[in-house]
Design a protein around this ligand. Structure first.
Ligand code: NAP
Length: 259
């Protein structure tokens, strides 16, 4: 299936590994020029080399912290007029809300709500004037089914979700869409760090924690970054202009609701 986006330009934030990398690879495989971003140079350059080797597209790297205004400015200098924007950043730590101070909340809001909103603000008017734009925010299944130990994530990402729900309706008539992808459990370093924390708190091994988590999945397994990327690329397709303002849960059917 040709998604009709070859030659388009995309910013994919936080994309040296995991879900962001999956999105970058999938878009590059569709012929999209990709701007990758992360804070650590070595991993980002290795990912850029891998995507270049697998595709023939232009790949640009921006070493920057997307949660800072300087970081976002550097990303936008590399790609001032993106056709596609994938918002992503690291997730907040687990914990008990009684221990969180204002600074913890501000960090979570910066990463998982305000950084995406700032990047949308900087790029969406160009998209509407060019009559093409696809914005995908990587959020979490926690927006639909809150995870008690991830209160910072539940709160910050729900704020972004509420904001986007309003904005998506304002830009649809310009062929600009904004959708959120809600990952369940994907096999990435982020999942592993959660398993390490859980193992430490429960006295189980990481393998035992993984086995229990897999058992709790309807599919009996974790998702892969490639599967996540394929869904992202589909939302960015030329023919996906009528999919807007949606929250697409990618969890292999684990969420038990009918809708
Ligand atoms: P991951 O494998 O740990 O990858 C995170 C990526 O983001 C890395 O490339 C990292 O590179 C980059 N990054 C982190 N903070 C950044 C920052 N401030 N500025 C720029 N780049 C940054 O994580 P993941 O599993 O792909 O998760 C991506 C997002 O989805 C996270 O917000 C996570 O909480 C959420 N999520 C994941 C799952 C899952 O099952 N994996 C489930 C629900 C939600 P550097 O460290 O070098 O910057």
């Amino acid at each position: 299936m040709d998604l009709g986006i070859a030659g388009r330009k995309a910013i994919i934030c936080a994309s040296s590994k995991g879900l962001g990398k999956g999105c970058a690879m999938a878009l590059a495989q569709e012929g999209v020029e990709v701007v990758l971003n992360a804070r650590s140079k070595a991993e980002l350059e290795a990912t850029a080399a891998e995507i270049k080797a697998a595709t023939s597209v232009n790949v640009t790297t921006v070493i920057a912290d997307v949660t800072t205004s300087e970081g976002r400015e550097a990303i936008l200098r590399a790609c001032p007029n993106p056709d596609i924007l994938v918002n992503n950043a690291g997730g907040p730590p687990m914990g008990d809300f009684r221990d969180w101070q204002r600074a913890d909340w501000m960090q979570a809001l910066d990463a998982n709500m305000l950084a995406p909103i700032e990047l949308i603000k900087a790029t969406i008017d160009g998209m509407t004037s060019r009559r093409f734009g696809r914005i995908v925010n990587i959020t979490s299944s926690a927006v639909k089914a809150p995870i008690p130990s991830l209160g910072l994530s539940n709160g910050a990402r729900s704020g972004l979700t509420g904001f986007v729900a309003g904005l998506a309706r304002q830009v649809a008539r310009h062929n600009v869409t904004i959708n959120n992808l809600l990952p369940g459990s994907f096999d990435t370093d982020r999942l592993k760090s959660g398993a390490v924390t859980t193992a430490g708190a429960t006295g189980k091994t990481v393998d035992q924690v993984y086995d229990e988590w897999r058992e709790g999945e309807a599919s009996g397994r974790f998702g892969t970054p490639a599967e996540f990327g394929a869904a992202c690329a589909f939302l960015c397709a030329a023919t996906s202009g009528y999919i807007n303002g949606q929250n697409l849960l990618l969890d292999g059917g684990t969420y038990p609701g009918t809708f």
